[in-house]
Design a binder for this molecule. Structure first.
Ligand SMILES: Cc1cc2nc3c(=O)[nH]c(=O)nc-3n(C[C@H](O)[C@H](O)[C@H](O)COP(=O)(O)O)c2cc1C
Length: 329
């Protein structure tokens, strides 16, 4: 497969730990996301056969083949787990991505995630080892750099490419910035110019217009949306529509938002059981109602729901209320 050709103009859902579970990814895919990734998966925990970690590799039919994202600090462990995954889930997986951007202290202090950007030799060895252990594309997700003083995305991306990486995703913020400030798209443009392999741009795609502008301003092969998709899987169809027709499509109304939330909720419950699912769904529900009339009051109720039924009751109330206020209009 020619990955460069396959990635042209594509719109990806970013990996987000604690958010992009199978149910949400499925919804995003149905809305037009071209590729989804698992939440980041600890290679070490996988090696120890941690059950919860293994469940992160559960990929829905609609997403297949999907990306699997691994994190770790030991090239051999990451490579062995990549090989295990490629074999156990043959056909379900599109690529193996290595996380080199996570800023969380417990990850970075272990030499994982964005810490790898401070150790290009280790990162290079990891890419090489993973590449040698699987026949799938091996990709890396990096940041602008570790800190303002050590911005190295261009050189680091080149090192990864020279070590065998098939694609690089660049989030235009440093580790120091976490998720604050504006993503630097200029550094994404520079990485794209410096590499022959496909480059994915990431950071601050909150609307279809943002995605279009990212393509135009950086020349990337593909774009990846993260926080813009929270409670807003509709973003993907809006981006696809704008890219295809040059025209903006209307945003979903309250009823469609709530129907989609209920679809996601039912799927999450089916996959995780009601108790676990409902707790996790509270934050998704709060995201889905952002910007709706009366959102503040509904949010207070939604973040307290204890069952799928309660969540659905509130969602239906929102639909009823929105059709009432439309009728009054
Ligand atoms: C809640 C949350 C969880 C995240 N988890 C991951 C992860 O598991 N792996 C990863 O590579 N990036 C992770 N990220 C980073 C996003 O993939 C993305 O790079 C970042 O949010 C910038 O894109 P945005 O400005 O569109 O949100 C996470 C971000 C958020 C907000």
């Amino acid at each position: 497969m020619d990955l460069k050709q396959a990635m042209q103009g594509k719109v990806l859902l970013a990996p987000m730990a604690g958010v992009t579970d199978r149910a949400f990814r499925g919804i995003c895919k149905s809305m037009g996301a071209d590729l989804t990734y698992t939440e980041m998966v600890s290679a070490k925990a996988l090696q120890f056969k941690n059950i919860k970690t293994k469940r992160l590799l559960d990929i829905g039919e609609i997403e297949k083949p999907a990306g699997v994202q691994l994190f770790g600090s030991e090239p051999d462990v990451v490579a062995d787990m990549a090989a295990m995954i490629a074999e156990s889930y043959a056909g379900d997986i599109f690529l193996i991505d290595i996380n080199m951007g996570c800023p969380a202290p417990k990850i970075v202090n272990n030499g994982e995630g964005c810490a790898l950007m401070k150790n290009p030799a280790l990162a290079a060895r990891m890419v090489r080892r993973v590449k040698d252990s699987v026949s799938l594309p091996v990709t890396v997700k990096i940041r602008k750099g570790f800190s303002t003083d050590t911005v190295n995305a261009v050189d680091f991306a080149k090192t990864c490419a020279d070590s065998g990486a098939d694609m690089v995703t660049v989030h235009g913020r440093t580790r120091e910035q976490y998720y604050s400030g504006k993503a630097d798209w200029e550094i994404i443009r520079q990485v794209k110019r410096a590499l022959d392999i496909p480059v994915v741009g990431n950071g601050d795609i909150f609307s279809a217009a943002d995605a279009k502008r990212m393509f135009e301003e950086t020349g990337v092969d593909a774009v990846m949306a993260a926080r813009g998709a929270l409670g807003n899987p509709f973003l993907f169809r809006e981006i696809q529509h704008l890219l295809k027709t040059g025209e903006a499509m209307p945003e979903p109304d309250a009823a469609e938002r709530m129907e989609t939330l209920m679809r996601q909720a039912a799927e999450t419950v089916a996959q995780k059981g009601e108790k676990t699912a409902v707790v996790q769904l509270r934050k998704h529900a709060a995201w889905y109602i952002k910007g709706l009339r009366g959102a503040k009051v509904y949010r207070e109720a939604l973040v307290r729901v204890n069952s799928l039924r309660e969540l659905e009751d509130i969602a239906r109330e929102i639909i009823a209320e929105s059709s009432r206020s439309r009728a009054e209009f």
